[in-house]
Design a protein around this ligand. Structure first.
Ligand code: ASP
Length: 274
């Protein structure tokens, strides 16, 4: 979809990983499989992913084997065990990438991939090193369902430039899966819960991103998710968020809103505002 052979010379010229210049082949952003990108796992008073269970059941319907990718977390073993318990009600078998002798082979044997939260830099470095980054991209582009929570939602974007995380490790570049042609910012503050000053502080950082990159950012509040199904995109969950774009006031989005137009975005990274 992005930066791959067949996209023309403009894209081929941009393969320098360190320069990390991203481009989209127009039209190819649409028609990916099924993506569910959640802001968070925990909602107040609920167990992990409980707030999203019905949507998860729909996403994973027909899937028997899920590859869990826990590299962002501090304790991948414990995280895997917890997610295995959570997904047991859906009768799917969970295999952990970090325990697999060959994570690429484990992906090949899976029907869906679930990328968990934690630190986005640690996650990206791990999947760059073991080759899962292109492997996951290829599988999802040919229809494999992708579930991403928080750092896993960041990984689905063209870049992890809009993570809230600290760069605790150094990935080879910030280029990520590019399963969607815009950015997500998870854990986006909500007015009632977090207050106006939290929103101002977050928006100030996202505006800096927009000064350097002409790419929409979807801030997802806790409880919200983005669901991309084929050529359609919607907000799901118990909360919404805001879309920030260069030169415009942030726009609120609510559960059920149709965000399909965002899939037609032609993102321009490293394109400073004049
Ligand atoms: N640290 C977050 C997570 O829970 C990611 C983020 O805030 O960007 O995965």
């Amino acid at each position: 979809m992005y930066d791959r052979p067949g996209c023309g010379t403009a894209v081929r010229a941009l393969r320098d990983r360190n320069a990390e210049v991203l481009r989209v082949c127009p039209g190819e952003a649409r028609g990916v499989g099924d993506l569910m990108l959640l802001s968070n796992s925990f909602s107040p008073g609920q167990g992990p992913l409980e707030h999203a269970m019905d949507a998860l059941a729909a996403l994973l319907a027909g899937c028997r084997r899920v590859l869990f990718v826990p590299y962002a977390g501090s304790d991948p073993d414990a995280y895997t065990d917890a997610m295995r318990d959570v997904l047991a009600v859906l009768e799917v078998q969970v295999t952990a990438a970090h325990r697999a002798p060959d994570p690429i082979e484990a992906l090949a044997g899976a029907d869906a991939v679930f990328v968990g939260g934690g630190n986005s830099f640690r996650l990206l470095r791990a999947v760059q090193r073991n080759g899962l980054l292109p492997a996951i991209r290829n599988r999802v582009q040919t229809g494999m369902p992708y579930l991403g929570v928080s750092a896993g939602a960041n990984l689905a974007c063209p870049s992890i430039r809009t993570t809230n995380d600290m760069p605790i490790v150094q990935p080879a570049s910030l280029t990520a899966l590019a399963l969607i042609p815009f950015q997500v910012n998870p854990h986006y503050p909500a007015a009632l819960r977090d207050g106006a000053s939290a929103i101002e502080a977050r928006d100030a950082r996202l505006r800096e991103f927009l000064e350097e990159n002409d790419v929409p950012v979807l801030g997802l509040c806790e409880g919200a998710w983005l669901h991309v199904h084929g050529t359609q995109a919607h907000i799901g969950g118990t909360a919404g968020g805001r879309i920030l774009t260069r030169g415009n006031e942030p726009r609120a989005v609510h559960p059920g809103d149709n965000l399909t137009a965002l899939l037609d975005t032609h993102p321009r990274y490293d394109s400073p505002a004049p």
